[in-house]
Design a protein around this ligand. Sequence first.
Ligand SMILES: [Zn+2]
Ligand SMILES: [Zn+2]
Length: 276
Amino acid sequence: VRLTVVGCSGSFPGPGSAASCYLIEAEDFGRVWRIVLDLGSGALGPLQQLVDPHRIDAVVISHLHPDHFMDLCGLYVARRYHPAGPAPAPLRVHGPEHTADRLLQAYGPDAVEELPKIYDVRDLTDGGTISIGPVTITTRIVDHPVTAFGMRIEHEGRVITYSGDTDLCPALVELARDADLLLADASFQEGRDDARGVHLTGRRAGIAARDARVRRLLLTHVPVWTDPTVVLAEARQVFAGPVETVEPGATYTPGPAVAVPVTAVRPVPAVPVNSS
Ligand SMILES: [Zn+2]
Ligand SMILES: [Zn+2]
């Protein structure tokens, strides 16, 4: 299984990165499955440098803040209005309750009839598990001002945990238990951002990584007004394993090298392809 950072700017797009979006690719009998974790503001652009939007198998939305779901509007247009016709089958979109309603509020009510033909929207649940091809994703509600899910992504014994947006909480540590990679929100800075129940600091991301005994910690969701080296230093004070801040385009393959073919760059598909 491979993780690629599409966008990692915290809370809104920055000059060098879109908001939250990560691509998971996993091979199964020669077929590559592509799962998008969050599709935040600005992310649909760089996503097309990595994958044809008609060849995505599923989108999983952690929560309904714009920096995590807003570009579902653009993906709707891409799949609905291609000159060769709409995508032949709806794309699976897993998100919190009311994801379809929020999408319609953002896009406009004229999409109400067409939306179910473009997106097959399903609710995530606390402790629930979804399967997308060979990939299993377990979701738990984490600690954020709106209903927000963390995710444990498993494929052939490898584990990638994505915190979504959260403060330190037991559900996050359970999701990250013995994970190969923990991709963790590190929006806040110790001593500056005092609010609790919103985001991790670098230090609290490090504590989660330490307590869950993860192999590698990746800090993300750092906003433009925060120096990444500060949250990195905080994490290193409490977590002895490898830790870094992520950048758009960075790719991580946990465990032994797995041969995953590089996805073709095809920004404008000639013909919509049924992704399922
Ligand atoms: Zn966010
Ligand atoms: Zn949020």
